[in-house]
Design a protein around this ligand. Structure first.
Ligand code: MLT
Ligand code: ZN
Length: 478
């Protein structure tokens, strides 16, 4: 359906073709389908044209035209959002702007330790560019081959190395973004100190494409660690895992790079899904952690052994496998990183992505489990995540004999509200790293204060008074 106030689809197409070229405008249903559906197939919308601009100038001209004619715009990177943040609604009125052609590495400066890339460079591409220069770009998430730097910034992506290096917000020094009216905010500076007022670039980080379209960024590079040590460790329960993390930090300081919790149910699910991968540990422990230490110290492996021995003496560690080779380490990590896809393939997963203070995480997991099982006694408790950051992916999965749709229809709301409510009561977050999109948009009314919502709306109104950019995402209707 097209609003009578909007230009006709034919006029829109003609105008956009004049800016980006006919080849870079897609309208055929088969060509558009992959852009208007998220990769899990949970969010389906429509767009009357998908445009693939080649550079910032084209993005700017597309935005200026859409602004002038009141046409909504949905920006999209690798379309890996779990929250429906990168697909349009089903009105078919939006122009979808996909950034994949802005895929150039613009500069690598190994003196300044910065990497300047266009927004459509994949995370894998950015990591490879850093590696080729003898540096590390440390953001690490499972979808690195598909997700793009612009989307990583727009959603303030986290992942498995946040404990050591921070979220995307901590890894950006400069930014270029096209504003809703087509003007270009250009701050592609590689400065670690710039105390000249509001940090405007950070407004766009985590804004989920509602304030501007990120087109390029200057990212921080780190030294490549000379050594890495990885272990898969069985622990009695989440409280033991928290205590082991304290021990690992005390013994190895900055070297703790990742500390991932994995429930026995999550391990079983992923091993069944992968089929050809052996468990690192005998049997199926109830709880495990994947620990990675990294740094410049060749004795790191010994440090990890010391941590685990001390953990055994303290009764925290029940069993452990230390990676003896790179391929062992890769296998351990593969098991961790495939949990997400194992759930997607099974279907019927209630994805709660919460964070609470580390001191509260064990009690939180126990109580959230109790409340979930009171609602769905046979739910499979797929619980895992970045425990080192206090971030739990608390993802109850449908019982084996209940179809996913039925499970979600009857229990999604009750379970997600129970879990999110508990996290909120612990002064935690109901979206630690996945963002808001459409999935959690209305929940913000429950978990953000009136002052916070007013401030968010005021910023949106200042930059996008017509509400044309990524409409319906992130901000709940007033
Ligand atoms: C992960 O850590 O694997 C993802 O953030 C969780 C997910 O895909 O649900
Ligand atoms: Zn995660």
């Amino acid at each position: 359906m097209t609003s009578p106030l909007l230009p006709s689809p034919a006029d829109t197409l003609t105008a956009l073709q004049a800016i980006v070229g006919a080849d870079a405008c897609r309208t055929e249903p088969d060509d558009v389908a992959g852009f208007v559906t998220d990769y899990r197939g949970l969010y389906r919308g429509s767009a009357h044209v998908v445009v693939l601009p080649a550079d910032t100038d084209q993005v700017s001209r597309v935005m200026a035209w859409c602004h002038e004619h009141g046409v909504p715009v949905v920006p999209q990177g690798g379309n890996t959002s779990l929250m429906g943040g990168a697909v349009p609604d089903d009105t078919g009125t939006a122009v979808l702007v996909n950034l994949r052609r802005l895929n150039r590495v613009l500069a690598v400066d190994t003196t300044n330790d910065t990497l300047t890339v266009q927004a459509g460079v994949t995370l894998h591409g950015a990591r490879m560019a850093a590696e080729q220069a003898g540096r590390l770009f440390p953001l690490r998430i499972g979808s690195e081959g598909s997700c793009q730097i612009g989307g990583n910034l727009a959603t303030n992506a986290g992942g498995t190395a946040v404990l050591r290096y921070g979220n995307m917000r901590d890894l950006v020094l400069g930014l270029e973004a096209v504003l809703p009216d087509g003007r270009v905010f250009s701050s592609l500076r590689g400065l670690r100190k710039d105390n000249t007022g509001y940090d405007l670039k950070q407004l766009f980080v985590g804004s989920e494409g509602t304030l501007g379209i990120i087109t390029a960024a200057v990212l921080k590079l780190m030294p490549q660690p000379r050594a890495t040590a990885v272990a898969f460790v069985a622990v009695a329960d989440p409280a033991a895992a928290v205590a082991l993390l304290g021990l690992a930090k005390a013994r190895s300081g900055q070297a703790v790079t990742a500390f991932e919790l994995i429930s026995g149910t999550a391990l079983r699910l992923v091993l069944d899904y992968l089929g050809d991968v052996a468990s690192p540990l005998a049997g199926t422990p109830g709880w495990m952690v994947l620990i990675e230490l990294s740094g410049g110290d060749d004795s790191l492996q010994q440090t990890l052994v010391d941590v685990l021995e001390a953990g055994m003496e303290d009764g925290l560690v029940q069993d452990a496998a230390i990676a003896a080779s790179l391929s062992d380490a890769e296998r351990f990590w593969r098991i961790r990183e495939e949990i997400s896809d194992a759930q997607t393939r099974t279907g019927g997963s209630i994805k709660c992505d919460v964070s609470v203070p580390l001191s509260r995480i064990a009690d939180f997991i126990a109580e959230a489990t109790r409340q979930t099982l009171a609602i769905e006694p046979h739910a499979r408790m797929v619980i895992y995540g970045h425990m080192g950051d206090g971030n739990v992916h608390f993802n109850p999965l449908r019982p084996a004999d209940v179809p996913g749709k039925e499970f979600l229809a009857r229990s999604y709301a009750a379970i997600s509200h129970a879990v999110d409510g508990l996290a909120h009561a612990e002064h935690g977050s109901v979206s630690a790293e996945h963002g808001i999109g459409v999935a959690k948009r209305d929940d913000l009314l429950l978990y953000k204060s009136a002052v916070e919502l007013d401030m968010m709306r005021a910023i949106k109104a200042a930059l996008d008074p017509q509400g044309l950019l990524n409409p319906g995402k992130l901000l709940p209707p007033a």
